[in-house]
Design a protein around this ligand. Structure first.
Ligand SMILES: Nc1ncnc2c1ncn2[C@@H]1O[C@H](COP(=O)(O)OP(=O)(O)OP(=O)(O)O)[C@@H](O)[C@H]1O
Length: 587
Protein backbone atom coordinates (compact mmCIF):
# COMPACT_ATOMS: atom_id res chain seq x y z
CA UNK A 1 0.00 0.00 0.00
CA UNK A 2 1.68 3.10 -1.17
CA UNK A 3 0.14 6.01 0.64
CA UNK A 4 0.45 5.65 4.30
CA UNK A 5 -1.40 2.51 5.26
CA UNK A 6 0.86 0.24 7.29
CA UNK A 7 -0.06 -3.15 5.81
CA UNK A 8 3.18 -3.75 3.93
CA UNK A 9 5.63 -2.64 6.58
CA UNK A 10 4.50 -1.80 10.09
CA UNK A 11 4.88 1.89 10.82
CA UNK A 12 6.96 1.34 13.96
CA UNK A 13 9.63 -0.49 11.95
CA UNK A 14 10.56 2.75 10.24
CA UNK A 15 11.32 4.66 13.42
CA UNK A 16 12.44 8.15 12.41
CA UNK A 17 13.53 7.04 8.98
CA UNK A 18 11.32 7.70 5.98
CA UNK A 19 9.87 4.57 4.47
CA UNK A 20 11.81 2.81 1.78
CA UNK A 21 10.51 3.89 -1.57
CA UNK A 22 10.86 0.79 -3.67
CA UNK A 23 8.10 -1.72 -4.04
CA UNK A 24 9.34 -5.02 -2.74
CA UNK A 25 7.32 -7.52 -4.73
CA UNK A 26 8.52 -10.13 -7.17
CA UNK A 27 11.82 -8.98 -8.78
CA UNK A 28 10.54 -9.92 -12.24
CA UNK A 29 7.46 -7.72 -11.83
CA UNK A 30 9.66 -4.96 -10.52
CA UNK A 31 11.97 -5.17 -13.51
CA UNK A 32 9.02 -5.35 -15.92
CA UNK A 33 7.28 -2.34 -14.36
CA UNK A 34 10.43 -0.24 -14.44
CA UNK A 35 11.26 -1.28 -17.96
CA UNK A 36 7.76 -0.29 -19.03
CA UNK A 37 8.22 3.13 -17.46
CA UNK A 38 6.21 2.88 -14.25
CA UNK A 39 8.49 4.92 -12.00
CA UNK A 40 9.74 4.34 -8.48
CA UNK A 41 7.36 5.47 -5.81
CA UNK A 42 8.81 8.40 -3.91
CA UNK A 43 9.79 8.15 -0.27
CA UNK A 44 7.03 8.62 2.23
CA UNK A 45 7.51 9.87 5.76
CA UNK A 46 5.31 7.62 7.82
CA UNK A 47 6.09 9.66 10.92
CA UNK A 48 4.25 12.58 9.40
CA UNK A 49 1.12 10.47 9.32
CA UNK A 50 1.33 9.78 13.00
CA UNK A 51 2.23 13.28 14.09
CA UNK A 52 -0.43 14.78 16.33
CA UNK A 53 -2.40 17.37 14.42
CA UNK A 54 -2.97 20.78 15.88
CA UNK A 55 -4.81 23.91 14.89
CA UNK A 56 -1.58 25.34 13.54
CA UNK A 57 -0.72 22.33 11.38
CA UNK A 58 0.13 23.95 8.08
CA UNK A 59 -0.57 20.95 5.88
CA UNK A 60 -4.34 21.34 5.56
CA UNK A 61 -5.43 22.49 2.12
CA UNK A 62 -7.96 24.80 3.76
CA UNK A 63 -5.10 26.78 5.32
CA UNK A 64 -3.66 27.77 1.94
CA UNK A 65 -2.82 31.46 1.71
CA UNK A 66 -5.47 33.86 0.48
CA UNK A 67 -4.87 37.41 -0.71
CA UNK A 68 -5.56 39.89 2.11
CA UNK A 69 -6.53 43.49 1.40
CA UNK A 70 -8.35 45.89 3.70
CA UNK A 71 -9.35 48.26 0.90
CA UNK A 72 -8.12 51.38 2.66
CA UNK A 73 -6.28 52.59 -0.43
CA UNK A 74 -8.77 51.44 -3.05
CA UNK A 75 -10.70 48.36 -4.03
CA UNK A 76 -7.79 46.66 -5.79
CA UNK A 77 -4.69 45.84 -3.78
CA UNK A 78 -1.07 45.66 -4.95
CA UNK A 79 0.31 42.59 -6.69
CA UNK A 80 1.86 39.89 -4.50
CA UNK A 81 4.38 38.20 -6.83
CA UNK A 82 4.97 35.22 -4.57
CA UNK A 83 1.28 34.44 -4.11
CA UNK A 84 0.62 35.20 -7.77
CA UNK A 85 3.18 32.60 -8.81
CA UNK A 86 1.70 30.07 -6.40
CA UNK A 87 -1.85 30.66 -7.59
CA UNK A 88 -1.37 30.95 -11.33
CA UNK A 89 1.84 29.18 -12.24
CA UNK A 90 1.12 26.01 -10.31
CA UNK A 91 -0.32 22.99 -12.04
CA UNK A 92 -3.87 23.58 -13.13
CA UNK A 93 -5.69 22.67 -16.31
CA UNK A 94 -5.21 24.86 -19.36
CA UNK A 95 -7.51 24.39 -22.32
CA UNK A 96 -6.50 21.63 -24.70
CA UNK A 97 -6.66 21.68 -28.46
CA UNK A 98 -9.93 19.73 -28.74
CA UNK A 99 -12.10 22.43 -27.17
CA UNK A 100 -14.49 22.35 -30.15
CA UNK A 101 -16.04 19.11 -28.87
CA UNK A 102 -17.32 20.88 -25.78
CA UNK A 103 -18.17 24.08 -27.67
CA UNK A 104 -20.47 22.54 -30.26
CA UNK A 105 -23.38 21.47 -28.12
CA UNK A 106 -26.58 23.40 -28.57
CA UNK A 107 -27.90 25.27 -25.56
CA UNK A 108 -31.44 25.26 -24.23
CA UNK A 109 -32.66 27.96 -21.90
CA UNK A 110 -36.00 27.55 -20.12
CA UNK A 111 -37.62 30.19 -17.99
CA UNK A 112 -39.67 33.34 -18.09
CA UNK A 113 -36.82 35.45 -19.36
CA UNK A 114 -33.81 34.89 -21.50
CA UNK A 115 -30.48 36.60 -21.87
CA UNK A 116 -28.31 36.69 -24.93
CA UNK A 117 -25.24 34.63 -24.32
CA UNK A 118 -21.88 36.30 -24.39
CA UNK A 119 -18.88 34.93 -26.18
CA UNK A 120 -15.81 36.53 -24.66
CA UNK A 121 -14.59 37.52 -21.23
CA UNK A 122 -13.50 40.94 -22.52
CA UNK A 123 -17.07 41.78 -23.50
CA UNK A 124 -18.83 40.34 -20.48
CA UNK A 125 -18.87 43.56 -18.48
CA UNK A 126 -16.75 42.00 -15.75
CA UNK A 127 -14.99 43.91 -13.00
CA UNK A 128 -11.53 44.80 -14.37
CA UNK A 129 -9.74 42.86 -11.65
CA UNK A 130 -11.81 39.74 -12.31
CA UNK A 131 -10.96 40.10 -15.98
CA UNK A 132 -7.28 40.43 -15.05
CA UNK A 133 -7.54 37.30 -12.90
CA UNK A 134 -9.28 35.40 -15.71
CA UNK A 135 -6.32 36.31 -17.92
CA UNK A 136 -3.86 35.19 -15.27
CA UNK A 137 -5.74 31.87 -15.23
CA UNK A 138 -5.12 31.75 -19.01
CA UNK A 139 -8.81 31.34 -19.80
CA UNK A 140 -8.85 32.61 -23.35
CA UNK A 141 -11.97 31.12 -24.87
CA UNK A 142 -15.21 31.34 -22.96
CA UNK A 143 -17.00 27.99 -22.82
CA UNK A 144 -20.68 27.71 -23.79
CA UNK A 145 -21.93 27.19 -20.24
CA UNK A 146 -19.96 30.24 -19.12
CA UNK A 147 -21.41 32.36 -21.93
CA UNK A 148 -24.96 31.52 -20.92
CA UNK A 149 -24.58 31.58 -17.14
CA UNK A 150 -22.56 34.77 -16.68
CA UNK A 151 -25.31 37.21 -17.82
CA UNK A 152 -28.04 35.26 -15.99
CA UNK A 153 -26.12 35.29 -12.71
CA UNK A 154 -25.13 38.94 -13.13
CA UNK A 155 -28.85 39.71 -13.55
CA UNK A 156 -29.56 38.03 -10.21
CA UNK A 157 -31.68 35.04 -11.26
CA UNK A 158 -31.97 31.67 -9.59
CA UNK A 159 -30.45 29.15 -11.98
CA UNK A 160 -30.14 25.43 -12.62
CA UNK A 161 -27.31 24.79 -15.07
CA UNK A 162 -26.30 21.47 -16.59
CA UNK A 163 -23.27 20.99 -18.81
CA UNK A 164 -20.73 18.31 -19.62
CA UNK A 165 -17.90 17.36 -17.28
CA UNK A 166 -14.81 19.51 -17.56
CA UNK A 167 -16.60 22.35 -19.36
CA UNK A 168 -15.76 25.05 -16.80
CA UNK A 169 -18.90 25.17 -14.65
CA UNK A 170 -16.99 26.33 -11.56
CA UNK A 171 -15.80 29.47 -13.33
CA UNK A 172 -19.29 29.84 -14.85
CA UNK A 173 -20.61 30.72 -11.40
CA UNK A 174 -17.50 32.05 -9.63
CA UNK A 175 -16.66 34.67 -12.27
CA UNK A 176 -20.04 36.49 -12.26
CA UNK A 177 -20.50 36.17 -8.51
CA UNK A 178 -17.05 37.55 -7.71
CA UNK A 179 -17.38 40.22 -10.39
CA UNK A 180 -20.73 41.33 -9.03
CA UNK A 181 -19.46 41.53 -5.47
CA UNK A 182 -16.11 43.14 -6.24
CA UNK A 183 -16.39 46.88 -5.93
CA UNK A 184 -19.41 46.48 -3.64
CA UNK A 185 -17.52 44.58 -0.96
CA UNK A 186 -17.04 47.56 1.29
CA UNK A 187 -20.80 48.13 1.41
CA UNK A 188 -21.85 44.51 1.71
CA UNK A 189 -19.18 42.73 3.64
CA UNK A 190 -19.35 41.45 7.22
CA UNK A 191 -16.83 42.10 9.98
CA UNK A 192 -13.05 41.66 9.58
CA UNK A 193 -10.64 40.69 12.31
CA UNK A 194 -8.45 43.48 13.63
CA UNK A 195 -5.49 42.89 15.93
CA UNK A 196 -6.04 39.13 15.92
CA UNK A 197 -9.47 39.33 17.58
CA UNK A 198 -11.81 36.76 16.03
CA UNK A 199 -14.99 38.01 14.46
CA UNK A 200 -18.18 36.24 13.46
CA UNK A 201 -18.05 35.13 9.82
CA UNK A 202 -20.86 36.61 7.75
CA UNK A 203 -20.31 35.33 4.20
CA UNK A 204 -21.88 36.80 1.09
CA UNK A 205 -21.56 33.52 -0.80
CA UNK A 206 -21.98 29.93 0.35
CA UNK A 207 -20.88 27.10 -1.95
CA UNK A 208 -21.86 23.59 -0.97
CA UNK A 209 -20.13 20.53 -2.46
CA UNK A 210 -20.29 16.82 -1.65
CA UNK A 211 -16.61 16.05 -0.98
CA UNK A 212 -13.70 17.59 0.87
CA UNK A 213 -11.41 17.36 -2.14
CA UNK A 214 -13.89 19.25 -4.27
CA UNK A 215 -14.23 21.93 -1.57
CA UNK A 216 -10.44 22.38 -1.63
CA UNK A 217 -10.40 22.63 -5.41
CA UNK A 218 -13.15 25.25 -5.56
CA UNK A 219 -11.42 27.15 -2.78
CA UNK A 220 -8.29 27.24 -4.97
CA UNK A 221 -10.29 28.57 -7.93
CA UNK A 222 -11.86 31.19 -5.65
CA UNK A 223 -8.41 32.16 -4.33
CA UNK A 224 -7.34 32.78 -7.94
CA UNK A 225 -10.40 34.76 -8.98
CA UNK A 226 -10.45 36.86 -5.76
CA UNK A 227 -6.76 37.76 -6.13
CA UNK A 228 -6.01 41.45 -5.36
CA UNK A 229 -9.55 42.06 -4.14
CA UNK A 230 -11.05 42.59 -0.70
CA UNK A 231 -13.00 39.35 -1.01
CA UNK A 232 -11.82 36.64 1.35
CA UNK A 233 -12.63 32.98 0.58
CA UNK A 234 -12.63 30.37 3.36
CA UNK A 235 -12.90 26.60 3.03
CA UNK A 236 -14.49 24.37 5.71
CA UNK A 237 -14.81 20.60 5.55
CA UNK A 238 -14.98 17.63 7.87
CA UNK A 239 -12.03 15.57 9.05
CA UNK A 240 -9.88 18.49 10.16
CA UNK A 241 -9.95 19.98 13.63
CA UNK A 242 -12.82 22.42 14.05
CA UNK A 243 -10.23 24.90 15.42
CA UNK A 244 -8.74 25.29 11.94
CA UNK A 245 -12.12 26.40 10.57
CA UNK A 246 -12.75 28.70 13.53
CA UNK A 247 -9.36 30.32 13.02
CA UNK A 248 -9.95 31.02 9.32
CA UNK A 249 -13.60 32.06 9.73
CA UNK A 250 -12.63 34.29 12.64
CA UNK A 251 -10.52 36.45 10.30
CA UNK A 252 -13.65 37.31 8.30
CA UNK A 253 -15.19 35.50 5.36
CA UNK A 254 -16.91 36.56 2.13
CA UNK A 255 -17.06 33.27 0.25
CA UNK A 256 -17.55 30.12 2.30
CA UNK A 257 -16.93 26.84 0.48
CA UNK A 258 -17.73 23.69 2.37
CA UNK A 259 -19.12 20.22 2.74
CA UNK A 260 -22.65 19.88 4.15
CA UNK A 261 -21.88 18.24 7.50
CA UNK A 262 -19.25 20.78 8.51
CA UNK A 263 -21.36 23.69 7.28
CA UNK A 264 -24.26 22.44 9.33
CA UNK A 265 -22.05 22.16 12.43
CA UNK A 266 -20.81 25.70 11.90
CA UNK A 267 -24.34 27.03 11.42
CA UNK A 268 -25.11 25.59 14.85
CA UNK A 269 -22.59 28.07 16.30
CA UNK A 270 -24.25 31.48 15.86
CA UNK A 271 -21.28 33.27 17.38
CA UNK A 272 -19.03 31.74 14.69
CA UNK A 273 -21.16 31.92 11.54
CA UNK A 274 -24.14 33.96 10.44
CA UNK A 275 -25.91 33.51 7.10
CA UNK A 276 -27.80 36.79 7.24
CA UNK A 277 -25.73 38.48 4.53
CA UNK A 278 -25.72 35.62 2.01
CA UNK A 279 -26.45 36.85 -1.52
CA UNK A 280 -25.58 33.66 -3.40
CA UNK A 281 -26.00 30.04 -2.39
CA UNK A 282 -24.39 27.69 -4.89
CA UNK A 283 -25.01 23.97 -4.85
CA UNK A 284 -22.37 22.26 -6.95
CA UNK A 285 -22.91 18.63 -8.00
CA UNK A 286 -26.51 19.56 -7.23
CA UNK A 287 -28.14 16.28 -8.23
CA UNK A 288 -25.91 14.52 -5.70
CA UNK A 289 -26.56 17.11 -3.00
CA UNK A 290 -30.34 16.87 -3.53
CA UNK A 291 -30.26 13.13 -2.96
CA UNK A 292 -32.26 12.08 0.07
CA UNK A 293 -29.02 11.05 1.83
CA UNK A 294 -28.25 14.74 2.33
CA UNK A 295 -31.80 15.89 3.08
CA UNK A 296 -31.24 16.95 6.66
CA UNK A 297 -28.03 18.92 6.01
CA UNK A 298 -29.41 20.54 2.88
CA UNK A 299 -32.66 21.72 4.39
CA UNK A 300 -30.66 23.39 7.15
CA UNK A 301 -28.18 24.98 4.73
CA UNK A 302 -30.88 26.12 2.31
CA UNK A 303 -33.10 27.76 4.86
CA UNK A 304 -31.97 27.14 8.41
CA UNK A 305 -30.41 29.37 11.05
CA UNK A 306 -30.51 33.06 10.27
CA UNK A 307 -30.27 32.54 6.48
CA UNK A 308 -31.00 35.67 4.44
CA UNK A 309 -34.48 35.10 3.02
CA UNK A 310 -34.80 38.44 1.27
CA UNK A 311 -35.33 37.94 -2.49
CA UNK A 312 -31.92 39.49 -3.25
CA UNK A 313 -30.50 36.05 -2.40
CA UNK A 314 -29.94 33.94 -5.53
CA UNK A 315 -29.80 30.14 -5.53
CA UNK A 316 -27.64 28.49 -8.17
CA UNK A 317 -27.35 24.79 -8.91
CA UNK A 318 -24.80 23.16 -11.18
CA UNK A 319 -24.01 19.65 -12.35
CA UNK A 320 -23.12 17.54 -15.38
CA UNK A 321 -26.08 15.27 -14.67
CA UNK A 322 -29.55 16.15 -13.43
CA UNK A 323 -31.93 13.19 -13.38
CA UNK A 324 -35.63 13.83 -13.13
CA UNK A 325 -35.98 13.21 -9.39
CA UNK A 326 -33.24 15.76 -8.67
CA UNK A 327 -34.94 18.29 -10.94
CA UNK A 328 -38.12 17.94 -8.92
CA UNK A 329 -36.19 18.41 -5.66
CA UNK A 330 -34.35 21.44 -7.05
CA UNK A 331 -37.60 23.28 -7.74
CA UNK A 332 -38.42 23.23 -4.01
CA UNK A 333 -35.60 25.67 -3.39
CA UNK A 334 -35.87 27.86 -6.46
CA UNK A 335 -37.70 31.14 -7.00
CA UNK A 336 -40.68 30.78 -9.37
CA UNK A 337 -38.89 32.63 -12.13
CA UNK A 338 -35.75 30.51 -12.02
CA UNK A 339 -33.93 29.84 -15.27
CA UNK A 340 -32.66 26.52 -16.50
CA UNK A 341 -29.71 26.22 -18.85
CA UNK A 342 -28.82 22.94 -20.44
CA UNK A 343 -25.86 22.47 -22.76
CA UNK A 344 -26.66 19.51 -25.01
CA UNK A 345 -28.70 16.79 -23.34
CA UNK A 346 -28.65 16.83 -19.54
CA UNK A 347 -26.40 13.95 -18.56
CA UNK A 348 -24.56 13.74 -21.85
CA UNK A 349 -20.84 13.54 -22.30
CA UNK A 350 -18.53 14.79 -25.04
CA UNK A 351 -16.41 12.91 -27.52
CA UNK A 352 -13.06 13.81 -26.03
CA UNK A 353 -13.19 10.69 -23.88
CA UNK A 354 -12.70 7.45 -25.85
CA UNK A 355 -14.76 4.78 -24.09
CA UNK A 356 -13.75 1.11 -24.22
CA UNK A 357 -15.94 -1.49 -22.56
CA UNK A 358 -14.13 -4.79 -22.06
CA UNK A 359 -15.71 -8.07 -20.99
CA UNK A 360 -13.80 -9.38 -17.95
CA UNK A 361 -14.99 -12.09 -15.59
CA UNK A 362 -14.97 -11.05 -11.96
CA UNK A 363 -12.03 -13.18 -10.88
CA UNK A 364 -9.86 -12.07 -13.80
CA UNK A 365 -10.18 -8.35 -13.21
CA UNK A 366 -6.95 -7.81 -11.26
CA UNK A 367 -4.80 -9.50 -13.87
CA UNK A 368 -6.70 -7.71 -16.65
CA UNK A 369 -6.02 -4.34 -15.08
CA UNK A 370 -2.35 -5.17 -14.60
CA UNK A 371 -2.13 -6.24 -18.24
CA UNK A 372 -3.75 -3.02 -19.43
CA UNK A 373 -1.44 -0.88 -17.31
CA UNK A 374 1.52 -2.76 -18.73
CA UNK A 375 0.26 -2.55 -22.31
CA UNK A 376 -0.37 1.19 -22.43
CA UNK A 377 2.23 3.90 -21.93
CA UNK A 378 2.38 4.85 -18.23
CA UNK A 379 0.24 7.86 -17.41
CA UNK A 380 -1.63 9.45 -14.53
CA UNK A 381 -4.42 6.90 -14.10
CA UNK A 382 -7.56 6.83 -11.99
CA UNK A 383 -9.18 3.49 -11.14
CA UNK A 384 -12.66 3.28 -9.60
CA UNK A 385 -13.93 0.46 -7.38
CA UNK A 386 -17.34 0.34 -5.74
CA UNK A 387 -16.23 -0.45 -2.17
CA UNK A 388 -13.49 0.45 0.26
CA UNK A 389 -12.28 -3.17 0.71
CA UNK A 390 -12.10 -3.55 -3.07
CA UNK A 391 -10.00 -0.37 -3.30
CA UNK A 392 -7.55 -1.61 -0.68
CA UNK A 393 -7.33 -5.11 -2.11
CA UNK A 394 -6.60 -3.79 -5.58
CA UNK A 395 -4.08 -1.30 -4.24
CA UNK A 396 -2.32 -4.15 -2.45
CA UNK A 397 -2.27 -6.29 -5.56
CA UNK A 398 -0.90 -3.64 -7.92
CA UNK A 399 1.58 -2.35 -5.38
CA UNK A 400 2.95 -5.85 -4.93
CA UNK A 401 3.34 -6.07 -8.68
CA UNK A 402 5.44 -2.89 -8.57
CA UNK A 403 2.91 -0.45 -10.03
CA UNK A 404 3.08 2.84 -8.10
CA UNK A 405 -0.34 3.23 -6.51
CA UNK A 406 -2.14 5.53 -4.12
CA UNK A 407 -5.57 4.87 -2.71
CA UNK A 408 -8.39 7.07 -1.52
CA UNK A 409 -11.73 6.41 0.10
CA UNK A 410 -13.99 7.91 2.72
CA UNK A 411 -12.58 5.67 5.45
CA UNK A 412 -9.14 7.26 5.35
CA UNK A 413 -8.07 9.97 7.74
CA UNK A 414 -8.11 13.51 6.39
CA UNK A 415 -4.34 13.71 6.66
CA UNK A 416 -4.07 10.61 4.48
CA UNK A 417 -6.61 11.96 2.00
CA UNK A 418 -4.80 15.25 1.62
CA UNK A 419 -1.48 13.51 1.26
CA UNK A 420 -2.89 11.14 -1.36
CA UNK A 421 -4.21 14.11 -3.29
CA UNK A 422 -0.88 15.95 -3.13
CA UNK A 423 1.04 12.92 -4.24
CA UNK A 424 -1.28 12.08 -7.10
CA UNK A 425 -0.90 15.62 -8.38
CA UNK A 426 2.83 15.67 -7.70
CA UNK A 427 3.86 12.34 -9.22
CA UNK A 428 3.88 12.01 -12.94
CA UNK A 429 2.63 8.48 -13.41
CA UNK A 430 0.74 7.29 -10.38
CA UNK A 431 -2.33 5.10 -10.33
CA UNK A 432 -4.94 6.40 -7.90
CA UNK A 433 -7.48 3.79 -6.83
CA UNK A 434 -10.62 5.29 -5.35
CA UNK A 435 -14.29 4.90 -4.59
CA UNK A 436 -17.00 7.29 -5.76
CA UNK A 437 -15.52 9.86 -3.35
CA UNK A 438 -13.29 10.86 -6.26
CA UNK A 439 -15.92 10.50 -8.95
CA UNK A 440 -17.32 14.01 -9.12
CA UNK A 441 -15.86 17.38 -9.87
CA UNK A 442 -12.20 16.59 -9.28
CA UNK A 443 -10.03 18.35 -11.83
CA UNK A 444 -6.46 17.09 -12.04
CA UNK A 445 -4.38 17.86 -15.12
CA UNK A 446 -3.15 15.01 -17.28
CA UNK A 447 -5.32 12.25 -15.92
CA UNK A 448 -5.18 10.44 -19.22
CA UNK A 449 -6.84 7.18 -18.29
CA UNK A 450 -9.86 6.36 -16.13
CA UNK A 451 -10.68 2.74 -15.41
CA UNK A 452 -14.03 1.53 -14.11
CA UNK A 453 -12.67 -1.59 -12.46
CA UNK A 454 -16.19 -1.92 -11.06
CA UNK A 455 -18.88 -0.30 -13.17
CA UNK A 456 -21.25 1.76 -11.02
CA UNK A 457 -24.51 -0.19 -10.93
CA UNK A 458 -27.73 1.43 -9.79
CA UNK A 459 -26.82 1.25 -6.10
CA UNK A 460 -23.55 3.10 -6.80
CA UNK A 461 -25.06 5.94 -8.78
CA UNK A 462 -25.65 4.19 -12.13
CA UNK A 463 -25.11 5.95 -15.43
CA UNK A 464 -24.81 9.42 -13.83
CA UNK A 465 -21.88 8.19 -11.81
CA UNK A 466 -20.36 6.63 -14.94
CA UNK A 467 -20.56 10.04 -16.67
CA UNK A 468 -18.91 11.79 -13.75
CA UNK A 469 -16.18 9.17 -13.35
CA UNK A 470 -15.10 9.10 -16.99
CA UNK A 471 -15.24 12.90 -16.91
CA UNK A 472 -12.13 12.98 -14.72
CA UNK A 473 -10.26 12.67 -18.01
CA UNK A 474 -10.72 14.54 -21.29
CA UNK A 475 -11.32 17.85 -19.52
CA UNK A 476 -11.53 21.33 -21.05
CA UNK A 477 -10.48 20.31 -24.55
CA UNK A 478 -8.04 17.52 -23.69
CA UNK A 479 -8.43 13.97 -24.94
CA UNK A 480 -8.72 11.04 -22.56
CA UNK A 481 -9.31 7.31 -22.40
CA UNK A 482 -11.88 5.48 -20.27
CA UNK A 483 -11.82 1.70 -19.91
CA UNK A 484 -14.63 -0.18 -18.14
CA UNK A 485 -14.73 -3.84 -17.11
CA UNK A 486 -18.07 -5.42 -17.83
CA UNK A 487 -19.57 -8.82 -16.99
CA UNK A 488 -23.03 -10.33 -16.33
CA UNK A 489 -23.23 -8.58 -12.96
CA UNK A 490 -23.36 -5.20 -14.71
CA UNK A 491 -26.48 -5.81 -16.75
CA UNK A 492 -28.44 -3.18 -14.83
CA UNK A 493 -26.34 -0.40 -16.32
CA UNK A 494 -26.04 -1.97 -19.81
CA UNK A 495 -28.96 -0.25 -21.63
CA UNK A 496 -27.96 3.20 -20.37
CA UNK A 497 -24.33 2.51 -21.14
CA UNK A 498 -25.15 1.50 -24.72
CA UNK A 499 -27.12 4.73 -25.17
CA UNK A 500 -24.11 6.77 -24.07
CA UNK A 501 -21.84 4.83 -26.44
CA UNK A 502 -24.24 5.43 -29.33
CA UNK A 503 -24.69 9.09 -28.50
CA UNK A 504 -20.94 9.69 -28.51
CA UNK A 505 -20.39 7.53 -31.60
CA UNK A 506 -18.28 4.95 -29.81
CA UNK A 507 -18.11 1.30 -30.71
CA UNK A 508 -20.71 -0.91 -29.01
CA UNK A 509 -18.98 -4.23 -28.24
CA UNK A 510 -20.64 -7.50 -29.36
CA UNK A 511 -21.56 -8.55 -25.84
CA UNK A 512 -23.67 -5.37 -25.46
CA UNK A 513 -25.43 -5.53 -28.82
CA UNK A 514 -28.52 -7.14 -27.26
CA UNK A 515 -29.11 -3.84 -25.42
CA UNK A 516 -28.94 -1.71 -28.54
CA UNK A 517 -32.29 -0.10 -29.49
CA UNK A 518 -33.82 -1.61 -32.65
CA UNK A 519 -33.28 1.46 -34.78
CA UNK A 520 -29.69 1.71 -33.59
CA UNK A 521 -30.24 5.20 -32.18
CA UNK A 522 -29.71 6.29 -28.58
CA UNK A 523 -32.96 6.65 -26.63
CA UNK A 524 -33.29 9.05 -23.74
CA UNK A 525 -36.76 9.36 -22.34
CA UNK A 526 -36.00 11.19 -19.14
CA UNK A 527 -33.40 13.78 -19.87
CA UNK A 528 -34.90 16.16 -22.39
CA UNK A 529 -37.18 18.37 -20.36
CA UNK A 530 -39.51 18.17 -17.37
CA UNK A 531 -43.17 17.23 -17.64
CA UNK A 532 -45.21 20.35 -18.05
CA UNK A 533 -47.50 19.53 -15.18
CA UNK A 534 -44.55 19.68 -12.81
CA UNK A 535 -43.73 23.26 -13.66
CA UNK A 536 -45.76 26.25 -12.63
CA UNK A 537 -46.78 28.11 -15.79
CA UNK A 538 -43.49 27.94 -17.58
CA UNK A 539 -42.47 30.09 -20.45
CA UNK A 540 -39.96 28.20 -22.49
CA UNK A 541 -37.37 29.97 -24.47
CA UNK A 542 -35.03 27.85 -26.47
CA UNK A 543 -31.97 29.83 -27.32
CA UNK A 544 -30.25 29.24 -30.60
CA UNK A 545 -27.33 27.00 -29.94
CA UNK A 546 -24.12 26.83 -31.78
CA UNK A 547 -24.35 23.26 -32.94
CA UNK A 548 -24.98 19.79 -31.72
CA UNK A 549 -23.07 16.88 -30.35
CA UNK A 550 -22.12 15.78 -33.84
CA UNK A 551 -19.25 18.21 -33.83
CA UNK A 552 -20.63 20.25 -36.72
CA UNK A 553 -20.66 23.94 -35.87
CA UNK A 554 -24.09 25.49 -36.42
CA UNK A 555 -22.81 28.94 -37.19
CA UNK A 556 -19.73 30.62 -38.59
CA UNK A 557 -19.15 32.11 -35.14
CA UNK A 558 -18.95 28.62 -33.67
CA UNK A 559 -16.56 27.60 -36.39
CA UNK A 560 -14.35 30.51 -35.43
CA UNK A 561 -14.28 29.34 -31.85
CA UNK A 562 -16.78 31.99 -30.73
CA UNK A 563 -20.54 31.57 -30.81
CA UNK A 564 -23.86 33.28 -30.25
CA UNK A 565 -24.46 36.92 -31.08
CA UNK A 566 -24.85 38.18 -27.56
CA UNK A 567 -24.89 41.79 -28.70
CA UNK A 568 -27.31 42.97 -26.07
CA UNK A 569 -25.38 41.44 -23.23
CA UNK A 570 -21.94 42.42 -24.35
CA UNK A 571 -20.29 45.51 -23.05
CA UNK A 572 -16.86 47.06 -23.03
CA UNK A 573 -14.82 46.23 -19.94
CA UNK A 574 -15.21 49.21 -17.58
CA UNK A 575 -12.40 50.85 -15.66
CA UNK A 576 -12.13 50.23 -11.92
CA UNK A 577 -13.35 53.77 -11.15
CA UNK A 578 -16.33 53.43 -13.46
CA UNK A 579 -17.14 50.12 -11.89
CA UNK A 580 -17.04 51.45 -8.35
CA UNK A 581 -19.37 54.33 -9.14
CA UNK A 582 -21.88 52.27 -11.17
CA UNK A 583 -25.29 51.89 -9.52
CA UNK A 584 -26.18 48.34 -8.55
CA UNK A 585 -29.68 47.36 -9.57
CA UNK A 586 -30.07 44.77 -6.85
CA UNK A 587 -28.08 46.13 -3.96
N1 LIG B 1 -12.69 29.36 -20.24
C1 LIG B 1 -11.77 28.49 -19.85
N2 LIG B 1 -10.64 28.31 -20.56
C2 LIG B 1 -9.70 27.43 -20.18
N3 LIG B 1 -9.78 26.66 -19.07
C3 LIG B 1 -10.89 26.80 -18.33
C4 LIG B 1 -11.92 27.73 -18.66
N4 LIG B 1 -12.89 27.64 -17.72
C5 LIG B 1 -12.47 26.71 -16.83
N5 LIG B 1 -11.28 26.19 -17.19
C6 LIG B 1 -10.52 25.10 -16.53
O1 LIG B 1 -11.16 23.91 -16.96
C7 LIG B 1 -11.03 22.92 -15.98
C8 LIG B 1 -12.39 22.26 -15.75
O2 LIG B 1 -13.27 23.17 -15.14
P1 LIG B 1 -14.30 22.73 -14.02
O3 LIG B 1 -13.62 21.87 -13.00
O4 LIG B 1 -15.00 23.93 -13.55
O5 LIG B 1 -15.26 21.80 -14.88
P2 LIG B 1 -16.73 21.32 -14.55
O6 LIG B 1 -17.56 21.64 -15.72
O7 LIG B 1 -17.17 21.83 -13.23
O8 LIG B 1 -16.50 19.76 -14.50
P3 LIG B 1 -17.22 18.64 -13.57
O9 LIG B 1 -18.60 18.46 -14.11
O10 LIG B 1 -16.37 17.44 -13.78
O11 LIG B 1 -17.23 19.15 -12.18
C9 LIG B 1 -10.47 23.59 -14.76
O12 LIG B 1 -9.11 23.26 -14.66
C10 LIG B 1 -10.62 25.06 -15.04
O13 LIG B 1 -9.59 25.80 -14.43
Amino acid sequence: MSDGAPQHTPVEDFGQIPAASANTGNPEDLAAAREHGWTEDSALDYNAFNAPTSDSNPTWASSAKVYEWDGEEGDVGPADPELEAQLFEGEHNRAGTALDHIMNFSATVEGPQTYDPISSFENAGLHPQVLANVKLCQYETMTVIQGYCIPIILAGHDLVAVAQTGSGKTAAYLIPIISKLMGKVRKLQGPRSKGGVRVRAEPLVVIVVPTRELAQQIFDEARRLCYRSMLRPVCAYGGIPMGINLQELGKGCDLLIGTPGRLQDLMDKPDVLSMKRVKFTVIDEADEMLHTDWEQEMSKIMGGGDMNEVPDHAYLMFSATFPKESRAAARMYMAEDFIRVRIGRAGSTHKNVAQDIIFVERNSKKQALYDILMARPPCRTLVFCNSRPAVEELDDYLWNRSIPTIFMHGGRSQLEREDAMRRFKGEKFHVLIATNVFGRGIDIPQVNHVVNYDLPGTEYGGISEYIHRIGRTGRIGHKGQATSFYNERNEDIAPALVNILLETEQEVPDFLLEFKPEDGKAEFVDDVTDDEDEISEPTYVTAAGNGDASGEPASPAAAEGGWGTGDAAEAEAPTIDAWASAPSAAW
